[in-house]
Design a protein around this ligand. Structure first.
Ligand code: 2AM
Ligand code: CA
Ligand code: CA
Ligand code: CA
Length: 266
């Protein structure tokens, strides 16, 4: 598979940051950790990986702007292009020694996501996509699952975070979904959840309360693997609205309907 020059820049940056995360994951008990809010941790590993990504992406393409979890927005001279980056998606897993975390890099051009990399260094799984060029896991072309019935489906979700609301609504959604599906999973890295939907490992995924860097790359992975992505109302406000529903066409539609259904006591 021939990668474009820009995707190569993104892959090289992700691999370098991935080596840093892998080293820190091996000595996780020695990392300095601080609290950004209730239950919201950031470590030296997040910051080191972000520094590497900022340096490598800046070197690869001068002047592009950034939106990064720890740095926030950094304006560039080129206002047509912006990197949307999460240096460590799944910090809670990482700090607990659970090898389910990822680096997420999306390139936005004139408001459209055109290239995406999600990399899980612990499993050495590299997910890439370019707009119109398909999605890949390492060198293998990806396709969302072909399952069409919720009763056969494994659905990923996120659990609302401490102090951020949505808890009551989540319980209603969960109750609706768990009564219909084969299984529910909670990985703890939204970027990987979306990559797993793209890979057909999970048939669908929903979460609320997310930030643009959690989902920007994963959205393109799912679309380029033939899947559907929307916010929880069926619109396209995923980056700023914070809610996301993904799946193949049939599961995506069924999941939106099931999430919204008024709960009937059972
Ligand atoms: P993070 O690990 O980069 O913070 C899991 O539910 C998803 O929510 C992950 O993408 C995770 O990203 C994000 N997340 C974890 N803790 C969070 C918090 N306190 N507030 C908002 N998002 C959070
Ligand atoms: Ca975080
Ligand atoms: Ca994140
Ligand atoms: Ca993060």
């Amino acid at each position: 598979m021939a990668r474009s020059a820009i995707l190569n820049v993104m892959v090289q940056a992700a691999m370098k940051a991935g080596r840093s995360l892998s080293r820190d994951f091996g000595e996780v008990q020695n990392l300095q950790v601080s609290l950004k809010g209730p239950g919201d941790y950031v470590s030296q590993a997040d910051r080191k990986a972000e520094d590497i990504l900022f340096a490598e992406l800046s070197k690869g393409r001068a002047g592009y702007g950034f939106l990064m979890e720890e740095r926030g927005a950094v304006a560039g001279e080129d206002d047509q292009h912006r990197w949307i980056v999460d240096p460590l998606d799944g910090t809670t897993n990482f700090l607990h020694g659970i090898p389910v975390f990822s680096i997420s890099i999306a390139l936005e051009r004139q408001g459209q996501i055109v290239a995406a990399v999600v990399y899980n260094p612990a499993m050495d799984e590299l997910y890439t996509a370019e707009r119109g060029g398909g999605a890949f896991l390492n060198d293998r072309r990806l396709r969302v699952s072909g399952r069409t019935k919720l009763v056969d489906a494994v659905i990923g979700c996120g659990v609302p975070h401490l102090g951020r609301g949505h808890h009551g609504n989540f319980l209603l959604e969960l109750r609706n979904v768990m009564g219909e599906v084969a299984g529910i999973r909670r990985l703890g890295s939204a970027a990987l959840d979306l990559a797993y939907v793209a890979a057909g490992r999970m048939d669908g995924f929903w979460e609320t309360g997310l930030s643009p860097w959690d989902v920007a790359a994963g959205i393109l992975l799912v679309r380029e693997a033939g899947g559907f992505v929307s916010d929880d109302k069926g619109g396209q406000d995923m980056l700023d609205g914070g809610s996301i529903v993904a799946g193949n066409e049939t599961i995506h539609r069924a999941l939106i309907k099931t999430l919204k259904r008024p709960v009937t006591p059972r």
